[in-house]
Design a protein. Structure first.
Length: 138
């Protein structure tokens, strides 16, 4: 895999999920420090990292956060760590890291399980605009 530039974090997301795509677009809009890069779980980079970190996609298939220093985090921890890096007021959500992970992940899994039903699904992965292409890895 291409090495991430220093001080970058990689968000792996379900490229056909409307909620996930809306979340990626939200992060891009609020990523004032230009910290995040993105890759679809279905893409080459996503598949390589899933294999390397032995991720069971039947149990975790929506958002993962990867940094070379800390490795892979998933589910509610990934979402809250992403929010914490966005700055005020989004970083306030990181207060929920004090909630036990089992409770947080139960809520996260419930939303993830119903995301296609509630938000729909695309036939193929979202294609970023030319201006945003540099933020995405294949």
């Amino acid at each position: 895999m291409t090495n991430l530039p220093k001080h970058k974090k990689l968000i792996l997301f379900d490229g056909v999920c409307n909620l996930c795509n809306a979340s990626v677009q939200y992060v891009i809009k609020h990523d004032k420090k230009n910290v995040f890069l993105f890759a679809a779980l279905q893409g080459e980079t996503g598949q390589e990292l899933i294999k390397k970190h032995d991720i069971d996609t039947t149990k975790t298939d929506s958002i993962l956060l990867y940094t070379p220093e800390k490795g892979m985090v998933s589910k509610s921890t990934a979402a809250l760590k992403i929010a914490s890096a966005l700055g005020f007021p989004q970083n306030i959500a990181s207060i929920f890291l004090i909630v036990p992970v089992g409770i947080r992940d139960w809520v996260y899994d419930y939303i993830a399980k119903n995301r296609y039903k509630w938000y729909g699904k695309k036939e193929s992965c979202w294609i970023p605009t030319p201006e945003l292409k540099s933020k995405f890895l294949d």
